[in-house]
Structure formats: structure tokens, C-alpha cells
Design a protein around this ligand. Structure first.
Ligand code: HEC
Ligand code: HEC
Length: 257
């Protein structure tokens, strides 16, 4: 250390000043070291590995969804899905009353291109895992507006939904989606009640024709079932589902027009 107090000061003062200088200069050094380390982390390779490490850390840090925080974050979704999750255009699925766990799973799948849809890839990409939980909690807190089933299709639709079709190897939908169509949040079986028949039909048809939403066991369930349904079955069960009301009691009765 080259610091030297002015010659006329007592040596002890000089020592104290030198100590303070030494301490403060090491503090300065420590502060300078931080940006340097950050700059290293910002280098492409390091940033890529930090990115890979993220999901695990994020999972540990994610809190249950906060519906109030989700309301603001969901503003961009309203144009298609409706501000309260009740879309008026039947090509866009209703999100009102849908489970947080299911919404998070789908947004994660869109973001990772496991479930492929160009619009939803763009919408899900900027969302963090916490955003997905908050948005999911927001839509889950809304009530889905009831739809109506087509009277001509109800009988076959109800049979498929409640009993399945053993001759075709089709299981009863209610075994997983529950008798009133509320689904099962713990198992991530989505709510189907009141969903637009047009969306349900398009979704079942795309699974029937080979589309998948990923390769995990959970994502294999519906394509396996949809392959056993023909176009008439799909139209009937989709219409029945639109008329299912989750609200009153657990009767599972479908309203028909
Ligand atoms: C421009 C229209 C549009 C906007 C805006 C939009 N979505 Fe979507 N969303 C769609 C379409 C179309 C589908 C159906 C995709 C498919 O068929 O696989 C969909 C599907 C979904 C699904 C799956 C629902 C289900 O029942 O499986 C979720 C969840 C979802 N969107 C959430 C959101 C969220 C959250 C936002 C806002 C951050 C948003 N969407 C904004 C068009 C949109
Ligand atoms: C063994 C359980 C099981 C049975 C039985 C079952 N489902 Fe599903 N269903 C699922 C799972 C799991 C998902 C979510 C798939 C995913 O996230 O990849 C799902 C999703 C769906 C969806 C998509 C909902 C949405 O909002 O996009 C529709 C439609 C559907 N099922 C209809 C049916 C119909 C109709 C039947 C009866 C013919 C049926 N399911 C029987 C487990 C089941």
C-alpha cells in the first residue's frame, strides 16, 4: 500500500486513515466486481445455460395463482376469449370456470410448441410461469355462461358422455370429466361444461386425424379416444357438452333447444 499520511500527523492517525482507505477501497472493489460478474453471465453461452437452469428454479419459486394480479395480465386475452372468459366467437374456447392447473398446462404446451397453434404460441411466449398461474386463477374465478345442445343430437351425445360405447371401445367421458362436466383439477382433466360445440368438435376431429398435444402419457389419452369416434359421434357429444351445466346440483342434465 503506497498511501502515506502527511508527515506531521501522529503515526496512529496515519494508521487509522490507512485502514479506512484500505477498507473503503476493498468495498469499491467488491462493488466493481459485481457488474463484471454480470457481464460474464450475459455472454451467450453462460446466458443459455442460465436459461436452461430457469424452469427448475422457477417451479420452486412459483406461488399459487393470484386472480387479482391475473385480471390485468389477462387483458390481452379478452379480444378472443372474452374479458370474463366467455368468448362470443365459437372458434375460441371459453376459459371462464376452467381450472388453473389446466390453463397453466396448456399455456406451457403452446409456449413449448407441444400443442401447436401459431396465435397461441405468440400469446404464451412472453408469459412467465407465475403469469400463467395468475391468469389461470383469474379465469377459474369466472362463471362460464351456459350454452345449449341440439335436441336431435342429445340422445347419442348423452349416451357417449355417460356410458361410452363398449362396442367401439369408447370410455364414458364422465369417468374423467365428471358427470356435470366440471372435470378434475387435481388430475388436470379439464372442465368441458358449456364449452362451444364448434370448438369441441374441431378439437376432437384434429385428435381423430392425428394431432397430438405432446408425447407424455397425459397427452396421449384424448387422441386414443378420439380415434374411435366417427364424425357423427363427435358432433353428438360436442353438442351435448355445450348444453352441460356445471352450476346447479350435480344432475348433469343437458339443456336442449
Ligand atoms: C387472437 C385470438 C387469441 C388471443 C388474443 C388469445 N387466444 Fe388463447 N386461443 C386462441 C385460439 C384460436 C385457441 C384454440 C387453439 C387450438 O385450437 O389449439 C386458443 C386456446 C387457448 C387455450 C386452450 C383452451 C382449452 O380449452 O384447451 C388457453 C388456455 C388460452 N388460449 C389462453 C389464452 C391466454 C391466457 C391469452 C392471453 C394471454 C390468450 N389465450 C389470447 C386464440 C386467442
Ligand atoms: C381417461 C380420462 C379421460 C376420458 C375417459 C376422457 N377424457 Fe377428455 N381429456 C382428458 C385429458 C387428460 C384431457 C387434457 C389433455 C391434455 O392436456 O393434453 C382431456 C381433454 C379433453 C378435451 C379438450 C378440452 C379443451 O378445453 O380443449 C375434450 C374436448 C375432451 N377431453 C372430450 C372428451 C370426450 C368427448 C370424452 C368421451 C368420449 C372424453 N374426453 C373422455 C381425459 C379424459
Amino acid at each position: 500500500m503506497s498511501f502515506r499520511p502527511a508527515g506531521f500527523r501522529p503515526a496512529v492517525v496515519g494508521y487509522a486513515v490507512a485502514l479506512v482507505f484500505a477498507l473503503s477501497s476493498s468495498v469499491v472493489f467488491a462493488q466493481e466486481a459485481k457488474p463484471a460478474a454480470a457481464a460474464t453471465a450475459a455472454q451467450p453461452a453462460a446466458a443459455a445455460s442460465a436459461e436452461q437452469a430457469k424452469p427448475a428454479e422457477a417451479t420452486a419459486a412459483v406461488k399459487p395463482g393470484d386472480a387479482a394480479a391475473g385480471a390485468g395480465k389477462a387483458a390481452a386475452c379478452g379480444a378472443c376469449h372474452g374479458m370474463d372468459g366467455n368468448s362470443s366467437d365459437a372458434q375460441y374456447p371459453k376459459l371462464a370456470g376452467q381450472q388453473e392447473s389446466y390453463i397453466v398446462r396448456q399455456l406451457t404446451s403452446f409456449k413449448g410448441s407441444k400443442r401447436q397453434n401459431p396465435i397461441m404460441l405468440g400469446m404464451a411466449t412472453p408469459l412467465s410461469e407465475q403469469d400463467m398461474h395468475d391468469i389461470g386463477a383469474y379465469f377459474a374465478s369466472k362463471a362460464s355462461l351456459p350454452g345449449v345442445a341440439d335436441q336431435a343430437l342429445v340422445e347419442r351425445g348423452e349416451q357417449l358422455y355417460r356410458q361410452g360405447d363398449t362396442t367401439k371401445g369408447v370410455p364414458a367421458c364422465m369417468a374423467c370429466h365428471s358427470i356435470d362436466g366440471r372435470g378434475n383439477p387435481g388430475a388436470i382433466y379439464p372442465q368441458l361444461a358449456s364449452q362451444h360445440a364448434q370448438y369441441i368438435e374441431a378439437t376432437l376431429k384434429s385428435w381423430h386425424d392425428g394431432t397430438t398435444w405432446g408425447d407424455d402419457a397425459h397427452a396421449q389419452i384424448m387422441p386414443g379416444i378420439a380415434k374411435k369416434l366417427d364424425a357423427k359421434d363427435i358432433a353428438a357429444v360436442a353438442s351435448y357438452i355445450e348444453g352441460l351445466h356445471a352450476a346447479e346440483g350435480a344432475s348433469g342434465a343437458a339443456a336442449a333447444k
